[in-house]
Design a protein around this ligand. Structure first.
Ligand code: NDP
Length: 328
């Protein structure tokens, strides 16, 4: 029998955690033939709720679930971890300045990065979901100098999936007909969903839509503000779709992108497309055998350039701010 893959989830007792753990345990993260062992990290106040979730996981009798450990100790939680989903983060509360938010999250992601550095398995793959995800991923990565930098990624897959869904609704296409969509930049309101290289049933998406005003005034803001629209409608945040995107992100990273398509991931920049090296920004990537590569050679028009630059500027400002706080 196969050795289980150790999957660590932080903030496991939260909303996203609740939507995520059952899908991991059922085999949707890594594959229907891959046994998993879960490690749930919570703050002390979250441990009891995590125990309750673990009771429910037991009650599912998932054939692939080989163990659940619950802890408030990051060193224990990341010990031998092959996949780490960093979901728990300090949300922005009323009146909180950006600097306060970044420093509160530095207090979470710096020690977690160090614990990953010291205790995770050699093949560790990290996905940061907790916001500000790109910069939290950068903080964790900087605290893990012995782990290859490219193992630290941030989630823009929810934005990617939202953009596909909006484009399908606009054109009447099936979501499966839409390929090569890209989210560039930060997982924030400045993100840029790019349809200029996307295809709908093999035809260029921007040409098919042929409506730059819709693109600028409807599509881009709808994708960027979808989280707020869901809070407004449901009275609660988009936890299930966020969990779904986390599953998609890791599944694609491990199992590969389909031929002729790509996905979007927040990854450390290698300087491609004028994005400063080192910041964690979303790019179009293909994946194969557990590795990803930035799609090269795309022609970036003026419309796209301005929007990519604006989002990247925000990321460099966040990086500078956490650097000033001594978190890098
Ligand atoms: P959620 O599970 O709803 O969200 C967790 C994080 O994911 C937040 O930072 C949130 O950012 C982010 N996020 C990213 N995409 C989305 C999306 N589409 N919709 C909603 N959130 C998104 O938060 P809860 O408060 O329910 O749970 C957090 C848990 O983390 C708690 O149980 C808490 O105890 C724990 N925690 C653990 C820590 C640790 O392990 N050291 C540290 C801090 C908290 P945003 O808020 O900006 O939307």
């Amino acid at each position: 029998t196969r050795t289980p893959v150790n999957v660590t989830v932080t903030g496991a007792a939260g909303q996203i955690g609740y939507a995520l753990l059952f899908r991991i345990a059922s085999g949707q993260l890594l594959g229907a033939d891959v046994p998993v062992s879960l490690r749930l990290l919570e703050i002390p106040q979250g441990l009891k709720a995590a125990e309750g979730t673990a009771m429910e996981l037991d009650d599912c009798a998932f054939p692939l679930l080989r163990g659940i450990e619950i802890t408030d100790d990051a060193n224990a939680a990341f010990s031998g971890a092959n996949v780490a989903l960093l979901v728990g983060a300090r949300p922005r509360t009323k009146g909180m300045e950006r600097g306060d938010l970044l420093s509160a999250n530095g207090g979470i992601f710096k020690p977690q990065g160090k614990a990953i550095n010291d205790h995770a398995a050699d093949d560790i793959k990290v996905l940061v979901v907790g916001n500000p995800a790109n910069t939290n991923a950068l903080i964790a990565q900087a605290a893990a100098p012995d782990v290859p930098a490219e193992r630290f990624t941030a989630m823009t897959r929810l934005d990617h999936n939202r953009a596909i869904s909006q484009l399908a609704a606009k054109t009447g296409a099936a979501v499966t007909d839409i390929k090569r969509l890209t989210i560039w930049g930060n997982h924030s309101a400045t993100q840029y969903p790019d349809i200029f290289h996307a295809e709908i049933a093999g035809k260029n998406a921007a040409e098919t839509v042929n409506d730059e005003q819709w693109l600028a005034d409807t599509f881009i803001p709808t994708v960027a503000k979808r989280g707020a629209a869901i809070i407004e409608a449901r009275g609660a945040s988009s936890a299930a779709s966020a969990a779904n995107a986390a599953i998609d992100h890791v599944h694609t990273w491990v199992n590969g992108t389909p031929a002729g398509d790509w996905t979007s991931m927040g990854i450390p920049s290698d300087g491609s497309y004028g994005v400063p090296e080192g910041i964690i920004s979303s790019f179009p990537v293909t994946t194969k055998d557990g590795r990803y590569e930035i799609v090269q050679g795309l022609d970036i028009n003026d419309f796209s350039r301005a929007r990519i630059d604006a989002s990247v500027k925000e990321l460099t400002e966040e990086r500078d701010a956490v650097r000033e706080l001594g978190l890098l």
